[in-house]
Structure formats: structure tokens, C-alpha cells
Design a protein around this ligand. Structure first.
Ligand code: 6R9
Length: 651
């Protein structure tokens, strides 16, 4: 499909290309970056820019070569030696920051913990000693399957301390998903918990893990963290309670001086489009990218209270809960559970309680908050907030406006951050103290990042639609797909004969050079010879006051090639009806053009999403075309899809 053929229609009004917001004078004057020179300098000497970023970290041995680029394989800071856990902990302790709060942790059931950097340091050293004692060596893989409890962070840093690579699997994934990832990574150790809390229920992690481990011959030991305290089977010789091991654990474990290019972690991607890939990240470059962007994009200050709501099972949790913020010595909030438990104001209560100053969350959450209504945030004191972030999907202009108005109270800039598991760190977004915002646009590539929109032939499109490409290597880029270099080349580098990185996102650039994300290229619809993006039609639907959320797909159509089917979630006070269907179809026709008018609208209470909240349009296509469902192992809630399929078959 060629998003280049994208018609220029009234959609450009829908996206309000001309609507602009400036950061406040106060924000601007205090911002970490306020001079446009940062872009010019980085552009002038990109390697020097990244060297300066890398120098913000402590290296045991300095690098001798900044970049070794054997396309498509990059090596950064070659010859340098560094340890990620050391940079996230020891460095701050040495700088007398041991008493600074690292985490305010809040369990869904109301349990709380406050951990200083010293506390985290002690726990990490103990766990590192323990896993070393179990025979885990540098280069080995450790699987982590935990709820959002402090031990999740501790386990990750314990691995990186001894040079073992972690592979974190979402605490909501099924036994099959866990098994497949463990087997692909050949992990020797699994760190899990008895259970975790989600919406008032206990997720029986240990029971699920037991089922998985029956078919993972590489796992020799299982460490079990006690969280919910329900009875769980413990297999002697294999399973070990963490609190027992911790009692006798050595309190110091030497950090392993890793080569810059040594493996840091493998993370399986969310898999909206197919079989999960084990994305490989290495140490020095990754740490440089996430440390620099936490400071620049979130404008992080020593007294900020930073809350990234992502689970550590998603790359966002790796980069902006663990490595980026901790390398910067940030104080953070971690919350274990659901945003609507026990009430729909839980997030706002947490912000009020801990005086959160920076909130980083996903459009899927923002759309849910919109659906519930603004009375929930209005009932809480959100005056501590000074900056908002969004990640995971294009944020529809309507959702952006709602976030800006009701959460940021028109005071907080929004950073709409485009990046991927593969990119490691944020790539396209604003610098909040200097960029003019446009609701729905991720704005521009960060300093040090070369991104372009290319057409099928690989030519640069300065204004208009095409495929997003990153055109120069960057420090935190993926180093490959675990065990499958061919698939790495095929997936990311074959589109333009190995020349440029193919991100898989349809994107357009407006006349000011701003980037607008249109959805995954695989999801783009071809209606009567015209490319129509999922993001555009969904935004047109959400633009209607009745609609809370929508997901559109193209289904095979005899006449038009593809026809648009829209799945629509109404705001709670609205009722579905034939009339509502007609109104919404007309609304889309009015906003984009009759070409984009959905052939059918299905009202639903929910749509299938990954655990990180991305809509799985692939499954919606399966439903709408009456096929058996493809791989559903990464689904957040398989029941949603089953109910929807039944409903669709009835219609
Ligand atoms: C961090 C993360 C990556 C895909 C990416 C794109 C979509 C993420 C976005 C966005 C538009 C944004 N995406 N952020 N699209 N605007 N601000 O999400 O990683 O789970 O690997 O997903 O998510 O389609 O290609 P990952």
C-alpha cells in the first residue's frame, strides 16, 4: 500500500494543522532546553551530540570509537565499558543521593512502600548476589514475569548488574505466551510472584508460570516473590521464595563492567501484526538514548515526581520507568493496578497524593478517561502537574484537547512521543520548552535523530504522506532480532534495499515539517484506489461528541476493493441505534469525504487491544471478514474479542 497516494482532503482541517499551542512563558523560562541551537548543533555534528549525551553517564573505560556502522548493524561507543545498574544506583549513592526517594509505590489494594535509592541499591545487590549464586552468568537470559511491584525493577537491575540479559514478559500474558518467549530466549531462570492485583482480582502468576515452565526445559530455577500471599505450589529444588533467599543474601555484588555492545535485554514486541519478535538491545547506546531523552523530553528536574503509567513488560516501562529515569536519579510513582479501581478517579487521586509533576500515559487510557467523563479529574487537585506525555498510538486531536484541558488545565505542555520497542528511546516529539504544539502531531525528530518520510522508491517527501524512515543510525537502535538476523534484515531493511530503516508507520508531513502518524502501514485501507488511514477515520469518529473510541478496518469489497468497517464505543450517556449509525457515517463523510464513509458501524463496549493498549486491527479484520482469529496470545482480554465476534456474526 502506498500512503503517498493519500488524498489531500478536509482531513487536514480535521487534524487542525493550523491549530497551535505554545508552552507557557513560565515553562519556557525554566526549561532544560530552550535554545534552538541544540537542533543546529546536533545537525552539524551528530556524533558529537551523542558523545556529549554518553558522557552524562559514568563509564569504567572510555570508548575508542563512537560509531561502527556496518549497515544494518551498528555498534556504538566501541571499546567502552559500562554497567547499567551502576549508573542507575551506585553513581547516585556516591553523589550522596542515597536518601532520595526512588519510588513511591502504591499497590492496587492500597498497600504502599517508599523506597530510597539506597533501599533499591540494597535490594538489587541482594538479588544480584542470589541469581549469581544460582549459576547465572554474564550473557545468560533471565525471564521476569511479575506484577508492577518494586521487585520488578529490582529484578531487572539485578540482571543488568551481573551482565545477564532480562526478558520481561507482561504479567497479564498467558502461559503459552510466557512459554514461547522463554523458549525463544532460552532463559535459565524465571523470576515471578505468587500473584498480582488487577481490578480487585488476583492474577495467579505462579500457577500460570507453572504451566509454562512444564514446557521450558531451559529453566532451571524459579524465584517467587510474595505479593498476594495466597497458597501456591512450590516445587522443591526448582522454586525458591525470594524472601527466604534474601535473608542470607550477600549485600554487595560487584557490577560487571560490560562492553558497550554487550546484550542488555531482549524484549518481545507487542505483536499487533504477527509473531512476536525478540528485539535485542545492548548496553552503552541504549542507556545513552534513554538517559538523554528522559532529561530533554520530560524536562526532568531534581524535584520532579515523575509518573510513567506503563508496565515494565512494555518497552515504555523499560526505558521510562527503569533505565532513563533511574539513570537521571528521578523520583517516581509506580502503581500496580487498574485506573478504575476502586473508583474511576484512582489516577487523579494518586497524582493528588504524591504531587506528581510529570504524567506519561497512553491514548487508550486518555480515551477511557474521556469516556468516563471529566467529573473524575475535576474532583481532584491536579495543580502539581507541569508536563504531560503520550505514547503508544497516534493521539487523536480530540483526546489531545481533552488531556490538555482537563488534566493539564491548559497549563501543561504535552509531549506526544513517537518511538518503538525497536528504537529504544523517544525519536519524534517536541522539546516542551521550545516547540509549538499541534494537537495530534508528534511534531519533529529530536536533536540527533534523522527521520524522513520516504516514498516507495526511497525518495524524500518534504510535504505529504509516505513511510517513516530513520535515515541515520542512533545509539539506542535495536541490534537485531534474537536468533534471527535474516528476519531483522527482512523486516526493517529490505524495503529500500538495505539503505534506510523502515519503521512500518504511515506518516505525513505538513508544510511546517510536522510529522503526523497515520497508523501502521499494514492497517492502511485502500478504498476505490485511494489510501485512507485508520488514524484519520478514527479521529473523525472521535471528533463526534457521542463517540469515546473507535477502531476501523478495511474489509474486502467486490466493488471498491476494500470497504471501511468501524467499531465504535460510545460515551456512556449515548445509546447505539440505527440513527446513531447514520449520523456517524455522515459525520465521517463530512469530515474526510464520502470515500471514507464507513460501510458499516458496529457498536461495541470494547475492542481487542494489546496489553499496552494498542488496538489489534488485525483481529478486527479477521472478525469482519468472518475468519478464524489469528495469534491472540498478546491480547489483554481475549473475552472482548470473543464477545465481539459473536456480536458481529449475529449482525
Ligand atoms: C513505545 C511504543 C511502536 C508503534 C509505533 C507506532 C505506535 C507509538 C506513537 C505511535 C503515533 C505516537 N506509536 N507511539 N504512533 N504516535 N506517539 O509504543 O513501542 O509497543 O513497540 O509500538 O506504536 O505505530 O510503530 P511499541
Amino acid at each position: 500500500m502506498d500512503p503517498l497516494k493519500h488524498q489531500k482532503t478536509e482531513v487536514d482541517d480535521l487534524f487542525h494543522e493550523s491549530r497551535r499551542f505554545e508552552p507557557s512563558e513560565i515553562f519556557k523560562s525554566h526549561a532544560n532546553y530552550k535554545d534552538i541551537k541544540i537542533y543546529q548543533d546536533a545537525n552539524h555534528d551528530r556524533l558529537k551530540f551523542w558523545e556529549d549525551c554518553a558522557r552524562r553517564l559514568e563509564w569504567f573505560v572510555p570508548w575508542t570509537k563512537t560509531l561502527q556502522w556496518d549497515r544494518p548493524f551498528a555498534q556504538w561507543f566501541v571499546g567502552g565499558r559500562i554497567n547499567a545498574s551502576y549508573n542507575c544506583l551506585d553513581r547516585h549513592i556516591k553523589a550522596n543521593m542515597g536518601n532520595k526517594v526512588a519510588f513511591y509505590w502504591e499497590g492496587e489494594n492500597g498497600d504502599t512502600q517508599i523506597l530510597t535509592y539506597q533501599d533499591v541499591y540494597e535490594q538489587v545487590n541482594k538479588m544480584a548476589s542470589v541469581i549469581k549464586g544460582l549459576g547465572i552468568k554474564k550473557g545468560d537470559r533471565v525471564a521476569i514475569y511479575l506484577p508492577m511491584i518494586p521487585e520488578a525493577v529490582v529484578a531487572m537491575l539485578a540482571c543488568s548488574r551481573i551482565g545477564a540479559a532480562h526478558t520481561v514478559i507482561f504479567g497479564g500474558f498467558s502461559a503459552d505466551a510466557l512459554r514461547d518467549r522463554i523458549n525463544d530466549a532460552q532463559a535459565k531462570l524465571l523470576i515471578t510472584a505468587d500473584g498480582g492485583y488487577r481490578r480487585g482480582n488476583i492474577v495467579p502468576l505462579k500457577t500460570i508460570a507453572d504451566a509454562a515452565v512444564e514446557q521450558t526445559p531451559s529453566i532451571k530455577d524459579v524465584i517467587v516473590v510474595q505479593r498476594t500471599k495466597q497458597e501456591v505450589p512450590i516445587k522443591s529444588g526448582r522454586d525458591h521464595w525470594w524472601h527466604d533467599l534474601a535473608k542470607t543474601a550477600k549485600t554487595y555484588c560487584e557490577p560487571e563492567p560490560m562492553e558497550s555492545e554487550d546484550l542488555l535485554f531482549i524484549l518481545y514486541t507487542s505483536g499487533t501484526t504477527g509473531k512476536p519478535k525478540g528485539i535485542v538491545h545492548t548496553t552503552g547506546g541504549y542507556l545513552t538514548g534513554v538517559t538523554a531523552t528522559t532529561y530533554s523530553v520530560f524536562d526532568l528536574k531534581p524535584n520532579d515526581i515523575f509518573w510513567c503509567t506503563a508496565d515494565v513488560g512494555w518497552v515504555t516501562g523499560h526505558s521510562y520507568v527503569v533505565y532513563g529515569p533511574m539513570a537521571n536519579g528521578a523520583t517516581q510513582v509506580i502503581y500496580e493496578g487498574a485506573p478504575d479501581f476502586p473508583e474511576r478517579n484512582r489516577f487523579w487521586k494518586i497524582i493528588e497524593k504524591y504531587k506528581v509533576s510529570i504524567l506519561y500515559t497512553a491514548p487508550t487510557a486518555i480515551r477511557a478517561f474521556m469516556k468516563w467523563g471529566e467529573e473524575y479529574p475535576k474532583g481532584c487537585d491536579l495543580s502539581s502537574l507541569r508536563l504531560l506525555g503520550s505514547v503508544g498510538e497516534p493521539i487523536n486531536p480530540e483526546a489531545w484537547m481533552w488531556y490538555y484541558e482537563y488534566i493539564g488545565q491548559k497549563r501543561c505542555p504535552i509531549v506526544d512521543t513517537w518511538w518503538q520497542t525497536e528504537t529504544g528511546c523517544i525519536m519524534i516529539t517536541s522539546l516542551p520548552g521550545m516547540t509549538t504544539m499541534k494537537p495530534g502531531s508528534a511534531t519533529k525528530p529530536l536533536p540527533g535523530i534523522d527521520a524522513e518520510i520516504l516514498n516507495e522508491e526511497g525518495e524524500v517527501i518534504k510535504e505529504g504522506g509516505g513511510f517513516l524512515s530513520i535515515t541515520s543510525p542512533w545509539p539506542s537502535m535495536l541490534r537485531g532480532i534474537w536468533g534471527d538476523p535474516e528476519r531483522y534484515k527482512q523486516t526493517y531493511w529490505s524495503k529500500w534495499q538495505g539503505k534506510n530503516y523502515f519503521a512500518g508507520d504511515g506518516t505525513k508531513r505538513d508544510k511546517d515539517g510536522y510529522f503526523w502518524f497515520l497508523g501502521r502501514v499494514d492497517d492502511i485501507m485502500l478504498v476505490a484506489g485511494h489510501n485512507i488511514s485508520t488514524a484519520e477515520v478514527e479521529s473523525a469518529l472521535i471528533d463526534h461528541p457521542m463517540v469515546a473510541e473507535s477502531a476501523v478496518v478495511g474489509v474486502t469489497d467486490d466493488i471498491k476493493g476494500q470497504a471501511i468497517v468501524a467499531f465504535v464505543i460510545l460515551k456512556e450517556k449515548n445509546k447505539s441505534s440505527k440513527e446513531a449509525e447514520e449520523i456517524l457515517k455522515e459525520h465521517v463523510a463530512l469530515k474526510i469525504g464520502s470515500l471514507a464513509k464507513p460501510k458499516q458501524i458496529i457498536f461495541t463496549a470494547d475492542v481487542p487491544k494489546t496489553r499496552s493498549g494498542k488496538i489489534m486491527r488485525r483481529l478486527l479484520r479477521d472478525i469482519a471478514e468472518g475468519r478464524a482469529l489469528g495469534d491472540i496470545t498478546t491480547l489483554a482480554d481475549p473475552a472482548v474479542t470473543a464477545a465481539l465476534k459473536q456480536k458481529y456474526d449475529e449482525v
